[in-house]
Design a protein. Structure first.
Length: 188
């Protein structure tokens, strides 16, 4: 035989009464949008006039007054509120001056025209890419654009190896840089 006993749950505790709901907000009229205030006009100062010189023989009905009268003070408009400070300007990019071989005092020799190229009427323009160190010496030479003739390309490289350059500068300080050097081979 099974005996079952039902147990009732405990009675709930009385809860405090709920607070009354908040009163709905009273509608307020919309605020007018502020109108932009016009920028104050700059006050123009009156030019300073030269002082009058007393006439030794004034006209009989001339107005009288003092010669040292000062003009009435000009009322200045109230100062506008100071503007917020501007953000700092970004630093200026460094001034770069590229290397140059154009200075007359460098005495750079012209490339020699290979005699075989003269006889074969070979002409062209070689564009070299040259790394120039901070002393103005060429350190590395590459062919950027060939003339189409190996002899002319080699003659251009051999000549530029002996050249001196004005070194490139960054903010006035010499620095090694790459430079493009064009050399034309033209028969005259």
């Amino acid at each position: 035989m099974v005996i079952a006993e039902f147990i009732a749950p405990p009675a709930p505790e009385p809860q405090p009464p709920a607070p009354p709901p908040p009163a709905p907000p009273t509608p307020q009229p919309p605020k007018p949008t502020p109108k932009p205030t016009p920028a104050p006009k700059p006050v123009q100062k009156q030019p300073v006039l030269p002082k009058a010189i007393a006439d030794p023989t004034p006209a009989p009905n001339a107005p009288t007054g003092t010669l040292d009268s000062t003009p009435a003070p000009v009322k200045e408009a109230p100062a506008a509120p100071p503007a917020p400070p501007a953000p700092p300007a970004p630093p200026a990019p460094p001034a770069i001056q590229l290397p140059s071989s154009n200075a007359a005092y460098l005495n750079n020799p012209r490339p020699s025209y290979p005699s075989i190229s003269r006889r074969m009427n070979e002409q062209g323009k070689v564009v070299l890419r040259v790394y120039i160190d901070d002393q103005g010496q060429p350190q590395q030479i590459e062919i950027n654009k060939s003339s189409g003739y190996d002899r002319l390309d080699k003659a251009a490289i051999d000549a530029v190896k002996r050249w001196k350059f004005v070194p490139g500068k960054r903010n006035g300080v010499p620095e090694g840089m790459w430079n493009i050097v064009p050399i034309n081979f033209v028969l005259e």
